[in-house]
Design a protein around this ligand. Sequence first.
Ligand SMILES: [Zn+2]
Length: 116
Amino acid sequence: MKSPFYHEAILQSCTLNHLTVDDIYACVREKFPKAGFSTIYRNVEELAEKGLLHKISGIGSKALFERRIDGHVAHFIDQKTGKVYDLPLPESLILERLPPGFSPESVDIRIYGSAA
Ligand SMILES: [Zn+2]
């Protein structure tokens, strides 16, 4: 079974945040030159579905993926450069401010503007 093998390789490659599948594929190919793009693409999507990678869609033309080892849920997007910055805002800070009875499934906060 190849999937778990590539899952581990992808997670080890994703040490930086905000990677496209192209970036991840390039990292995995350094160790596993025979890996195919469509296989890596499928594996990355599977990891996102399992919650082991977080998918950030709708910023540029390609979705970004990250592991969020620090638990951040907020990003600042520089609209001039397209660069994405992590904001050290923990999920718990947001969730504790929700009114009683609200049941969030995920938290994804985006602030748009220009970075210094
Ligand atoms: Zn991030």
